[in-house]
Ligand binder design. Structure first.
Ligand code: ITT
Length: 219
């Protein structure tokens, strides 16, 4: 049994749609999100903590919206920013970075460009060929100390899978999906205008899940 670690039911819906084998169940566990400029160390630390908690194979899903014109903001802070500013405000800020005339807009070079990223971190307590530890080398001692406080399991192997989708930020459209989906447009359609299957076919999460599923099938 694989536990998909998240408090967000929208993520689980998409993971089930993709992995489609009934062997994935949600583990609503709120792991401590360390402060980091990238998603990888947050997901890796979360997977170790969730595995220690569940004692079963776990897959942690950490995602974020990275707006080019805002130097990648809100990035790893996307959940906090959604709760505080809200998606419409983030949309306004992102579109405020738009200096390109509308008719020159295109996804690759046009206005309000952004990327959605998803990092999946897998841990089952067994040794395997893990991804290189994404914890910042300079901060290794602090990271080890923090792990010790939490139960001395910093060395658990973790495998990471990343998926990215590029698009641009638009006025909200659509009522499907969740989170920032209504303001994120890919190829003329917002993620909220797609059903789960359509979103998975192009999304950050779908791409990360595809990589994970291919590797997991060999376990
Ligand atoms: P967990 O940490 O418990 O998994 P969360 O919703 O806080 O739940 P994240 O920290 O990964 O998850 O999410 C960061 C933010 O990005 C949060 O506001 C989500 O709603 C949003 N988000 C994540 N994936 C998304 C997606 O596919 N489409 C739209 N918004 C998404």
């Amino acid at each position: 049994m694989l536990r998909y670690v998240t408090t967000n039911s929208g993520k689980v819906r998409e993971a089930r749609e993709y992995l489609d084998d009934g062997s994935v169940t949600q583990l609503e566990f709120d792991y401590a999100e360390v402060q980091a400029p990238t998603l990888e160390p947050i997901a890796a630390r979360g997977a170790r903590e969730a595995y220690r908690h569940a004692d079963e194979p776990v897959l942690v899903d950490d995602a974020g919206l990275f707006v080019d014109g805002l130097d990648g903001f809100p990035g790893p802070y996307s959940a906090y920013v959604e709760e505080t500013l809200g998606t419409e405000r983030v949309g306004e800020l992102a579109r405020g970075t738009d200096t390109t005339p509308r008719d020159e807009a295109d996804e690759a070079t046009g206005p309000a460009r952004a990327a959605f990223r998803c990092v999946l971190a897998y841990c089952d307590g067994d040794p395997f060929d893990a991804s290189p530890d994404p914890v910042d080398r300079g901060d290794r001692a602090a990271a080890a100390a923090a792990d010790d406080e939490n139960g001395a399991a910093g060395g658990l192997p973790v495998k990471l899978f990343e998926g990215v989708v590029r698009g641009r930020i638009v006025e909200p459209r659509g009522d499907g999906g969740f989170g920032y989906d209504p303001i994120f447009e890919h190829d003329g359609t917002t993620l909220a205008e797609m059903n789960a299957e359509e979103k998975n076919a192009i999304s950050h999460r779908g791409r990360a899940l595809a990589k994970f599923a291919e590797w997991y099938a060999t376990r």
